[in-house]
Write a protein that binds this ligand. Sequence first.
Ligand code: ATP
Ligand code: SF4
Ligand code: MG
Length: 354
Amino acid sequence: MSTTETDSHETPPVSGRGTAPLLSARRVEVAFTAGFAPGGGRGTARAVDGVDLDVAAGEIVALVGESGCGKTTLARVLLGLERPTGGEVAFEGSPLRYGSRDMRRYRRRVQLVQQDPTGSLNPRRTVYESVVEGLRVHKGTLADEAERVADALAKAGLRPPERFLPRYPHELSGGQRQRVVIAGALVLEPEVLVADEPVASLDASVRGEILRLLLDLRADLGLSALVATHDLGLAWNIADRVAVMYLGRVVESGTVEEVLSAPAHPYTRALLSVLPEAKEEPVVLSGEPPDPKRVPTGCRFHPRCPVLASGEAERAGVADRCRTVDPAILGGGAERQVACHWAAADEEGRVGRG
Ligand SMILES: Nc1ncnc2c1ncn2[C@@H]1O[C@H](COP(=O)(O)OP(=O)(O)OP(=O)(O)O)[C@@H](O)[C@H]1O
Ligand code: SF4
Ligand SMILES: [Mg+2]
């Protein structure tokens, strides 16, 4: 595990499972001018506030955190839909270029899967028309478009595809609609899917099927995915790696087993403690809900941190640092990392046990 305390780190040369990252964010920042922010208020909202994140070929990375922590904003930046106000996004090691021709080429390779299939499908279009749309936008009218659409539907688990082609969204179940949305992404044969809360609007009974589909797509097509979700259970079921986000920063990252079986950051511990299957007492976070227009000094989690509030951080000799020193921006790679002074002291054996 690496826990550094300065605001600098060497960018790791490799990521994921030993291969160069396919998609990476480097020191990405997105600041929104206030007044337009949902909820209003003055000041600048630092929705994403210095994030490094890598997605390697064939890797599924879950970006988890509570509502408003910046998951969707970061996902939109990775898709090139939002330009970062600081830092950069790179694909295959090259920074994104935002000209319209470059973006069109990029979007073929990195596709969005939207949260709400009902909202993202036009109710007056058949399945065929919905799926073929992206293909026509990106590649024009191809002689074999019908074949490509049928193939994408089959890959998304709508078989036989002919049965679904003439149907309208209202004739399909929620799960089938989400499969149509996924087929709309697959028809362009992308290398990365960015899925923002891909099952949040679905019934619990079909969530598992859609997650299974994402895993099958990785196994069959070698697809990578970034899955943004507030649901740690979902991350556990699907991801290789997890990045936990709090108030615009990744505060803990590592493999699913490392982060979810042995969480080191007090925020991750609190999130896990409120899952129904948790064994320990639920940790209810006190203090003001996080506001990206007022990012606290020092560790951004310190006003709500149970370890600081209980005196544990004081006993470990890090309480002042908690209030005044911003922990490092974590690197984006596969290494286990935690942005917490107390976790660093714990690793060095300075935290008393018992
Ligand atoms: N267009 C915008 N203008 C101003 N502020 C914005 C804008 N979009 C998002 N924000 C703010 O940025 C912060 C991060 O929002 P974002 O939607 O990325 O969070 P999220 O983690 O996806 O939340 P949720 O789980 O609710 O989807 C929030 O405080 C939000 O109010
Ligand atoms: S750095 Fe301090 S305040 Fe921040 S999470 Fe760790 S213990 Fe809590
Ligand atoms: Mg969101």
